[in-house]
Design a protein around this ligand. Structure first.
Ligand SMILES: C[S@@+](CC[C@H](N)C(=O)[O-])C[C@H]1O[C@@H](n2cnc3c(N)ncnc32)[C@H](O)[C@@H]1O
Length: 195
């Protein structure tokens, strides 16, 4: 299983956002929607071996964590607006525990420390960061989870919470990339190792 965790620092936790204002009023939700595309979409298929967590930390009721499960997903299309509508449906749920809002999409009130704590029991955690070890020099187990920021880096508090689980710090190249591009690069690096 490949997993990705993206921290959405300003991403809205209300369902009242407008689909034509994803990058403004929705707190750069557009970045997270592109990350979903990069995590799951192949040319004519969906990656079934991917699970993705989006941690929404914007107002009015953070935190909320969305979980996307590749082998259950239905109704996911490559355009940002339709995925934005799926996220909006999820945010309409009253999440006590984890609730399914549509096939393969779940929402909870989990915070990032809870998420890191749970995930680190199941999988090897990798922190994507520009000053880490070169990805081409690092071996990964089959079950691996990559953590990254959205359009902003992890804050010192988020980084401290993550570092408690002793992640490998890994860089994808010498310069800073968009979060969705990072996911594409990781998928490609891992694909090349199994084909
Ligand atoms: C758009 S970047 C965040 C802001 C960026 N660091 C900047 O200076 O503008 C989004 C996230 O992608 C990851 N990232 C970007 N470039 C990377 C690289 N070359 N290697 C590893 N991770 C990277 C980091 O987790 C980063 O927080």
């Amino acid at each position: 299983m490949r997993r990705f965790i993206v921290i959405g620092h300003r991403a809205t936790t209300s369902a009242s956002f407008k689909l034509d204002d994803l990058c403004g009023g929705a707190g750069r939700l557009d970045v997270l929607l592109r990350c979903i595309n990069s995590a799951f979409f192949l040319s004519h298929d969906i990656r079934r071996d991917v699970e993705m967590f989006l941690v929404l930390l914007g107002p009015p009721s953070s935190p909320k964590t969305l979980r996307f499960v590749g082998n259950e997903l239905k109704y996911l299309n490559p355009d940002e607006r339709s995925t934005g509508a799926l996220v909006r449906n999820a945010l309409m749920q009253k999440a006590s525990g984890e609730e399914r809002s549509s096939p393969g999409i779940y929402i909870s009130n989990r915070s990032y420390p809870e998420l890191f704590s749970n995930i680190s029991k199941e999988t090897k955690v990798v922190y994507l960061k520009e000053d880490g070890a070169d990805i081409r020099e690092v071996d990964f187990p089959d079950d691996v989870t990559f953590v990254l920021g959205d359009d902003q880096d992890l804050t010192p508090e988020e980084e401290e919470s993550l570092m408690a689980y002793l992640p490998n710090k890994v860089r994808l190249g010498p310069i800073s990339y968009h979060a969705d591009h990072c996911i594409t690069i990781v998928n490609n690096e891992l694909d090349r190792r199994i084909s």
